[in-house]
Structures are given as structure tokens and as C-alpha cells.
Design a protein around this ligand. Sequence first.
Ligand code: GLA
Length: 376
Amino acid sequence: MDMSKKQAPGTITVQSPGRINIIGEHTDYNDGFVLPAAIDKKITVAMRRNGTTNMANVTDTKQQKVFLFDLQNFAPREQGWHNYVMGVVHELQQLGAEIGGFDAEFEGDVPIGGGMSSSAALECSFAVALNELFNLGFDKWQLIKASQMAEHNFVGIKCGIMDQVASVMGKKDHVMLLDCRSLEFQYFPFELGDYQLLLLNSNVSHSLASSAYNTRRAECEEGVAILQKTSPGIVSLRDVTMEQLVACMGKMPETIFRRSHHVISENKRVLDATQAILAGDFKALGALVYQSHFSLQNDYKVSCPELDFLVEQTLGKDYVLGSRMMGGGFGGCTINILEKRRVAEFVELVSEEYRKRLGVDLTPIEVSIGDGTRCV
Ligand code: GLA
């Protein structure tokens, strides 16, 4: 599909972006804080009614793959993008939506498996398009939550809500400080002066990603259960102070202590990073970004050799302020804050080292912060 071509009458076209996350990893499903932003890379879906009562006909334009399913009778498949689409339909139906037959084509430029949330972009673009096409009347928050639940129930990843919120609510040139408990958020202008963001896509995606994700979530719940024995008021790791955790150290397995330690320290880093951005103190921001990586690497254990190598390559380079793995982990991108004028030199150096050491080409990605989901 050429999205610039004129579409058939009655076609709704929706764009939903991927996201970056400045800091705050694996805190969202612990009721914590995150600092993401929508990016200029997105999924676009064009959708129209097809006159049937129950046939959905979905085309992945880039791969030239067509998928048909019966809206009254469908179930998750082993894997693939189909599950995100069916999952969204299922969740909206659960909310009472009457969805008739539709044809849809989608395409996008959010790298798959890059930790930039191509999945949330896909879910949210379909959720918003279906809402428009069938006048379902859901508000943004209902669509965000339905998209998240699609991933839980049809994809099998018990994800938090950060990606969907960032995709739908993002604002050009702003990061969002999101409280994943109250779902309140605040935009902050994000302008780095002589510095800029640069993503390095490791171009690896380890199969551990989904199983380990759910294990981490369960480990956090185990931490909460142990902590509740001494402090019954605790509902999630969000409620736990570092002092409380340390006091319970002897009462929990070391793994659980480390996972909890990451989450509690990461929540504080998000708030400190927001202050650093407000103060224009990019060095302080960069230091927090590094700390986040080492905590994800050593305590939460969701990094991998490729991501660690990319972060290590930045150490000792004074023009890089911060670097860390971004997203769920086990592959995808690092996010780096570095001097604008040194970007080309840095990319050349790191690409060569990465290829030499790991035999893989990395992809540098200069993202800019864009707006959230919109109908075009
Ligand atoms: C994935 C999930 C998010 C979040 C991040 C880690 O992107 O979809 O909900 O948990 O991992 O911060």
C-alpha cells in the first residue's frame, strides 16, 4: 500500500508511533515512574468497512502477507503480528464493541524487536482505527488499556502500560513523566542543546525476551509478598523505600532482593532525571542513564552481551554523557546522549568494534520526538 495514494471512500487512516524511554525500565508494572516519549517512527493503518458482518482482512503491506479471520471465532496463533491485531479486536469486543467486517492494510518504519515498541504502535493504531471506523465511542484510556491487555491475553507478555501511553499520548519535543499507578502524566520540553539522542540498534533479539519478562514480573510480586509480611500496607514495589528493602534483606532470596533493588532505585532515578532535565543538567542526566544500565545489567539481569558491549564502548569517551539498554531487554537498542558534533565519529568507531567483536552490523538511529497517535 502506498499510504500517500488516495484511499477508497470511507477509509480511516491512523498513525501510531513507537517510543523511546529516557529512563525508567521495568518500573511500569510495579506502579512506578517512567520517562518515555513518542518518536517520529510509526505504524500506519488504513481501514475500511468491507460490508460483511464478520470477516477481517488484514494486510501487512511490506511483507505482502494477508491474514483473514472470522470476527466471531478466532484464537491466538503461535506467534506473529496477527496476535496483536486479533488481541485488540478481542479486548474491544470484551468491552462490548460491535465490530463489523473490515479490510485493513498496515505498514511502518518502527524496527521490529528494536525495543522501540513496534508492538504498541501496531496495537494502538488498530485500536484507534477500529474506534473511529465503527464509532465505538471509547476514550483514549480505554483504548490504551485494551491495547495493553491484547498483549497480555493474545501475545502472552504481561507488559506494563508505558509503551501504549507513550504511543497514544506522546507530544512533539516533549518527554512524559508518567506515574504508572495514578496514570497522571506531565510533559517536559526535551531540548539537549549541544547534545542529542542516538539509538544504536544491536540488531539482535534473544528469544528469552518474553519468558524472562514474565519471570521478572513474577519475581517483583514475590518481593512484594515478602515485604508485606513486615509492612502490610505495601501494595507494590512503588511503596517500598530502600531502607525497608535493606531491612528485609535476610528474609528474601538474593535474586528477589536484586530485582526489587533495581525497581526501587530506578524509580528514584526517574524522578532525579526529570529534575536534571528541568535544570538543564545533562551531565547529571547522563550519569543516571549509566546507573540505570548497570542496575538492569547486574541486578535485574535483562541485558545481554551485545548491549553491554555497546555501553562499554562509550565509557571513557567524554563526549558521551550517558548510555543504556532501552526497553524490555535481551536485545534491541541502546539509547545514548552524546555531543552532536561527535556523532559521525562515534558511529564509525563503535560500528567497527561491534562488527569485529560480534560479527553483526549495528544500525544507528537518530530519532526525534514526535506526536502520539493521530488520524490522518
Ligand atoms: C517493554 C514493556 C513495557 C516496559 C518495558 C521495560 O517495553 O512493554 O511495559 O515494561 O518493556 O521498561
